[in-house]
Design a protein around this ligand. Structure first.
Ligand SMILES: [Zn+2]
Length: 93
């Protein structure tokens, strides 16, 4: 039996095959990381650095506030980028 293993170790690529389970684990981790991305994207992401953005201010919309619309100010958690967005609370569930 040990003779067979010795022979196998001479075969080019055998070590790579033996390393496959580890390689598979790495690939699984990468897939899991990639699958996790769309969910992170669904939350607000900074268009400049893709870090998550947080709502830092909620005010009545300057134009449509009388109709109940809100203006959310979003700030990036990693860079100075901020942006505003119009939100209709009635359309949020
Ligand atoms: Zn940013």
């Amino acid at each position: 039996m040990s003779d067979i293993l010795k022979v196998l170790e001479q075969v080019p690529g055998w070590k790579a095959i033996m390393g496959l389970p580890k390689r598979l684990k790495e690939l699984e981790d990468r897939v899991a990381a990639l699958e996790g991305k769309p969910a992170a994207k669904a939350a607000e992401a900074c268009p400049l650095c893709e870090a998550p953005m947080k709502v830092t201010r909620v005010e009545d919309d300057p134009v449509f506030g009388v109709m109940g619309l809100k203006e959310h100010t979003l700030s990036c958690t990693a860079c100075p980028h901020t942006e505003t967005r119009q939100v209709d609370p009635k359309k949020q569930r």
